[in-house]
Design a protein around this ligand. Structure first.
Ligand SMILES: [Zn+2]
Length: 285
């Protein structure tokens, strides 16, 4: 049995994933009276933080957790749950080797924690990253795999935990708009910039994401009505905003436009033909 109140669970990796990717969707469903919960696997320990943002905080993790709680308020989230793993950093960084790094954990262990929380929260709909984690971040990929397994385990009576089985009805992967990415790659090239080294740390390869991330779009969520809540949530992550994305100019305008619509691929129930949903709760009983 799932919760009698419509309930949405988002399973992500770092403080800020909820705001920059699917923040509009979370805000929209909260506003519609859906109980909207977030599992965040780490506290973003490996993120770069300017020392000015650490004043009054004992660690990067503490600062970023407080930013997430601020964003949760803006998005109207009903609950935030940490899995207490450590941020693995981008591929090849020394943080990958830390014994508590999310990406270094056996998928079954992470999935068991997520499955228990699914049984506790009882969502009808679960959302997570796409199979390449949006832009190949190792933690995003790790939590994607754990969530796919957890979605099944939560309803499986043979998965033993202290809570009874609970099978959510739908599983979605958030996908980045390929149209926006293609245009961004083109504009960056025209500006003489390298789309293979994009972002605050130059570690996001937009060109290969365009090539790899060919995931179908099954649901488009119109988030224009909650654009202010999404921006307010993003602004909470002040320590992560320094130059990550251009604030002005064509790329910034395109980014804002693209953020009005959030796109998802439906993984469960499986999609046999073309599907164009405009509501993640369509068909939910
Ligand atoms: Zn992330």
């Amino acid at each position: 049995m799932t919760h009698p109140i419509p309930t949405l669970l988002s399973v992500l990796a770092h403080p800020d994933d909820e705001s920059f990717g699917m923040g509009g969707t979370l805000a929209l469903y909260s506003q519609r009276g859906v109980q909207t919960h977030l599992i965040c696997a780490t506290r973003g320990e490996a993120g770069e933080v300017d020392p000015q943002y650490l004043e009054g905080f004992r660690s990067i993790a503490e600062r970023r957790e407080s930013e997430l709680r601020c964003a949760a308020g803006s998005l109207g989230l009903s609950g935030v749950y940490f899995l207490d793993y450590r941020d693995s950093g981008m591929t090849g960084s020394p943080d990958n080797q830390h014994p508590e790094a999310l990406a270094a954990q056996p998928v079954e262990l992470v999935a068991a924690k997520v499955a228990r929380l699914i049984r506790q929260i009882q969502p009808q709909v679960v959302v997570t990253f796409d199979p390449i984690g949006g832009y190949n971040h190792p933690d995003h990929i790790a939590i994607h795999h754990a969530t796919v397994l957890a979605f099944r385990l939560a309803g499986d009576p043979s998965f033993a935990c202290d809570l009874p089985p609970c099978q959510p009805q739908k599983l979605y992967y958030h996908t980045i708009s390929k149209t926006y990415l293609r245009i961004a790659v083109l504009v960056l090239r025209l500006l003489g910039k390298d789309p293979r080294h994009f972002g605050r740390n130059g570690d996001i390869d937009l060109a290969s994401i365009v090539a790899e991330g060919k995931f179908p779009t099954h649901a488009r969520i119109d988030c224009r009505s909650v654009a202010a809540a999404k921006s307010a949530a993003a602004a909470c992550h002040a320590s992560q905003l320094g130059g990550a994305l251009p604030r002005r100019g064509l790329i910034a305008r395109l980014g804002r436009r693209a953020s009005y619509t959030e796109t998802f691929m439906r993984a469960a129930p499986p999609v046999e033909r073309r599907l164009r949903e405009i509501d993640l709760f369509a068909g939910v009983e």
